[in-house]
Unconditional design. Structure first.
Length: 151
C-alpha cells in the first residue's frame, strides 16, 4: 500500500471559510469589548458631572431659603421641586438650581429636589431634610442629601 502525496500549495475552501469565521468572531468580540469600555467611560464621566451638579444644587437650595420659609412651604407634607414648578410663587426657591450645564448637557429636567415631610425629631431639632436626585446616562441616578437648619 502506497500513500499518495497531497498537493499542499494553497488553502482549501474549507480552510479559508474556517479562518474567516474565526477572524469574524475575534473582531466581533473585540468590537463589543471596546464599545462596552467606551460606554462605561462615558457613564463614569457623566456620574462625576452629576455629582458635581448635585452638590451645586444642594448648596443653592440651602442658600436660597431659611428654615422658617421651607417649613411654612412644606405645610407638614413632603414635596418635590422640579424645573416645572420651581417658578411657583408659593415656593421659596427660584429656578436657578435647575440651570447648570456641564459639557454641553443642561441638567434641568434631570434634577428633582425631594423634601421630606417634617417629623417630630426634625421639628425638635429644627432641620429640614432633602435629597437632590439627578438622572444621568439614561436611567442611572445620583442622590445627594442636604439639610436646612434653623440658625
Amino acid at each position: 500500500m502506497t500513500l499518495k502525496k497531497i498537493n499542499r500549495h494553497g488553502f482549501t475552501l474549507l480552510e479559508a471559510v474556517g479562518s474567516f469565521v474565526i477572524l469574524s468572531l475575534v473582531l466581533t468580540t473585540a468590537t463589543i469589548l471596546i464599545v462596552n469600555a467606551y460606554n462605561r467611560s462615558i457613564a463614569t464621566s457623566r456620574q462625576v458631572d452629576a455629582v458635581r451638579v448635585g452638590a451645586l444644587v444642594r448648596d443653592e437650595i440651602v442658600e436660597q431659603a431659611t428654615y422658617s420659609e421651607v417649613i411654612a412651604w412644606l405645610d407638614g407634607s413632603a414635596k418635590n421641586l422640579t424645573t416645572a414648578d420651581c417658578g411657583d410663587p408659593a415656593s421659596p426657591f427660584s429656578c436657578v438650581p435647575f440651570t447648570h450645564e456641564v459639557d454641553g448637557i443642561l441638567y434641568d429636567s434631570e434634577v428633582v429636589v425631594s423634601f421630606q415631610a417634617p417629623t417630630v425629631s426634625s421639628l425638635t431639632y429644627r432641620v429640614v431634610r432633602f435629597s437632590v436626585i439627578i438622572t444621568y446616562f439614561g436611567t442611572q441616578t445620583v442622590v445627594i442629601d442636604g439639610v436646612i437648619y434653623d440658625e
